[in-house]
Design a protein around this ligand. Sequence first.
Ligand code: TMP
Length: 204
Amino acid sequence: MQKGKFITIDGVEGAGKSTQINFIFDYLNNKGINVILTREPGGSDIGEKIRALLLSADSNMHSDTELLLMFAARNEHIHTKILPTLAQGDWVLSDRFTDASYAYQGGGRGLDITRIAQLEDWVLQGFKPDMTLLLDVPVDIGMKRVASRGAKDRIEQEDLSFFKRVRDAYISRSEQYPKRIKLIDASQSAEHTSAQIQTILSTL
Ligand code: TMP
């Protein structure tokens, strides 16, 4: 069924995803590719409501609830937006996807990876991004960028050690899936990051 390509961008907080997503969107448009921009958690009506619940600073919840809500939002996202868009031949660019659940809920919260994999099998049934761009930045640099943005959401309020575990989990996933997940050094200027992304995208 899939005709378009599915690209995801991921990484720790403050890696510069927003700037690079706009760069990729313009780059693909200039190549004449129809691409939609979307995000997780969110990307659908129900998904955006779940996002508000997940990120609200006063939503205290059990870690398993957090994981289940991420996958509930993802299920809605896949069925209402991602698969229909790919089926009509357009491309989808998502700001975060399943790798974030392995990094944040697996690495950060310490949840059992085999349970995350079970949910992935159940919800995604083998569906995967064609390419994942992983923006990597040392956690202290990323968190300084986040601090300059103002009020922090519920997950951004976690401590440095949480984000170090998140980063380590992302890096080990990129080592586990080197063909799909492209690790990009995002510690320097935005232009430096965009240049690396452009080189990688030109291979698609
Ligand atoms: P962001 O889109 O502004 O980066 O915020 C989304 C937050 O949600 C971010 O802290 C990462 C987190 N997240 C997870 O913990 N698990 C997930 O599966 C996804 C998609 C995001």
